[in-house]
Design a protein around this ligand. Sequence first.
Ligand code: FPP
Length: 240
Amino acid sequence: MPDTPALAHVAIIMDGNGRWAKQRNLPRTAGHRRGIEATRAIIEACVQHEIRYLTLFAFSSENWKRPKTEISVLMDLFVESLQSEVQSLNEKGVCLRFLGHRPGFSDGLCKQIQQAEELTRTNDTLFLNIAMGYGGRWDILQAVENIVEDVVHERLAVEDIDEALLEEHLVTHGIPAPDLFIRTGGEKRISNFLLWQLAYTELYFSDILWPDFNPDELEKAFENYRVRQRRFGLIQEQLA
Ligand code: FPP
């Protein structure tokens, strides 16, 4: 029986809030509200399962193209959630980090993000990364721009550029690559999430809409992951 693969980092695309609401003749924003409740339960379950890193895709670079009213409600919800959740996350020992670029976020939201990061900086029960204003292509591009700048100013030589160096320049620097990627809501795509980091991540897709994705569904994803064999490009005999 092969060893159970280690599970330190779980990354999730929380999809299906809008459809959950539509099925109930509710406005999409009602789905986002229920989505926040589901998020709270999943964070708690990850703490219980002693997951070290959890990365949630809350708002992509492409989400800026949604109707203005929906963006505005989402931004209000982010502000509200930070106000109501940060204290209890801090008490649980959760360390919060926000991944992404912030142009477009209100000054108030930026300030709350900064305060949440500062308050929880030394916590280490669960490292919770919220990808907001994030896109995988943007992340790789900003890393490349920074590296080129270092080369132009002769702080780096072209020969110094390798995978480890590029990783150091990604916004996820210091965070190990995800072991398990989960996408809810039935779609089977990565949608510009952690493009570099997911190279050898195990993928799991659930048809459950995010507001209905509960700790039992999370456990199903973990069960499914536990019987996977991760080879990282090697052959089975080499792993033994
Ligand atoms: C996907 O549903 C979800 C989002 C666009 C992000 C919003 C996520 C939440 C409100 C969950 C809470 C998260 C945090 C960290 C506060 P969708 O609108 O794409 O659903 P659809 O595919 O059914 O239209």
